[in-house]
Design a binder for this molecule. Structure first.
Ligand SMILES: *[C@@H]1O[C@H](CO)[C@@H](O)[C@H](O)[C@H]1NC(C)=O
Ligand SMILES: *[C@@H]1O[C@H](CO)[C@@H](O)[C@H](O)[C@H]1NC(C)=O
Length: 125
């Protein structure tokens, strides 16, 4: 009798703990909103397309400092209502002889609408 009560209390406790934990931690199968995760393959043609878009957009917005895209050095992505890409890009100003600079670009994409927007593009010092 006493043992059964202990078991009952213990299982109640377990249920409480698991439901509390379930309320606090997002389900494993869902993407974690708010977090950037590293892009494993920065040679992925779509990721390169995003980086090229970032440099082209930068060139449209700042035509006094035109850049030529060279390569992606590093990248992260974030699933929102769409995807944010954060890419470290090597590019060189087309009017200077050869010096390569690194830039951090953030591009927002809604793939199902073929929509991309350059959120920010900054020189890394
Ligand atoms: C990365 O993507 C490129 C282009 O799709 C592919 O050729 C290459 O094998 C991939 N590398 C890895 C490590 O998956
Ligand atoms: C693109 O991003 C910039 C910077 O965040 C923002 O000001 C602008 O409204 C965005 N444009 C569109 C069409 O969403």
């Amino acid at each position: 009798m006493r043992t059964q009560q202990v078991y009952f209390l213990f299982s109640l406790l377990l249920i409480t703990i698991t439901s509390a934990a379930g309320g606090l931690t997002p389900a494993k199968s869902q993407p974690l909103p708010g977090g950037y995760t590293p892009i494993n393959n920065i040679s992925d043609p779509h990721v390169i397309e995003v980086a090229r878009f970032a440099v082209e957009e930068h060139n449209k917005q700042d035509d006094a400092h035109l850049l030529k895209f060279l390569r992606i050095l590093k990248g992260w992505s974030q699933v929102v209502a769409g995807i944010n890409y954060r890419l470290i890009i090597a590019a060189k100003p087309i009017n200077c002889n050869g010096k390569v600079y690194h830039y951090e670009a953030i591009v927002y994409e809604r793939p199902w609408q073929h929509f991309m927007n350059l959120t920010s593009f900054e020189l890394i010092k």
